[in-house]
Design a protein around this ligand. Sequence first.
Ligand code: HEC
Ligand code: HEC
Length: 218
Amino acid sequence: MSERTPNASAGRAAIAIALGALGLVGCALPGALRFQRAIEREGTIERTLGEGLRDLARSCDLCHGHDGNGASQYYPRLAGQPAAYLEAQLDAFAAGTRGAPQMQPLALSLTPDERRAISTYYASFAAAPNTGLAPAPSDPRAAELSRACTACHGSSFEGAEMPVRAPRLAGQGQEYLARQLVAFRSGARVDPAGTMSAIARSLGDREIETLADHLARR
Ligand code: HEC
Ligand code: HEC
């Protein structure tokens, strides 16, 4: 990562010189301001993406695992999730629109650029198979029940950007999955489009258990 620094600094200097030559630096034209902000933003991301990002991730490892594959069935796995999904969740924790006592203070302590960088970092790890599950007989209704989820969560529950940005469910923590479905059903967690809440309201306790177990084993 360290070799990024000289190139990026040179890039910033080149943009600054170009702006200076055009007489735009310090001028109040909106275009020049946008350029200036872009230069500053590049600098912030550059700092965040260096060693600092690994340091930052150390504060997440305890619960999410050092490679984002979760410390237990209770905590969500972040590995292999769409980066934009993770970032949207961190923004929601910070804004208080998704309540989570363990996550809100952490999300609030991060700048928007740090939230984006750490999301990209965890999304880039491969999702490992969820091996921590006790053997259990599979419910014959599981495949049928989960078929309805593939429309948004992907044919192998790997997460998708279309038709909506939906997270990966395959290999996710079993207790975490069940808890989220219960939270959508009760209204404790509300998704932006309201679709998950509507779907969860149609599920009974037994169906939630079956789905969580089935998806955690994918
Ligand atoms: C003390 C444990 C703990 C630590 C440390 C922690 N988290 Fe979390 N995190 C959780 C829990 C618990 C949840 C699930 C909250 C819920 O039930 O809604 C969560 C949820 C998340 C989610 C949403 C996942 C999803 O699938 O929707 C993201 C993203 C996240 N954490 C990122 C981070 C990052 C980045 C850090 C480090 C800066 C971090 N967490 C540190 C416990 C922790
Ligand atoms: C119409 C699209 C759609 C369908 C169908 C759908 N989901 Fe979702 N689901 C979403 C979206 C979008 C989100 C992200 C919500 C957010 O941003 O808070 C989500 C989130 C979730 C989460 C939270 C995951 C996490 O990491 O926190 C779980 C669990 C979940 N869905 C389970 C299911 C199950 C089980 C089914 C099938 C019974 C299903 N979904 C069907 C769109 C859908």
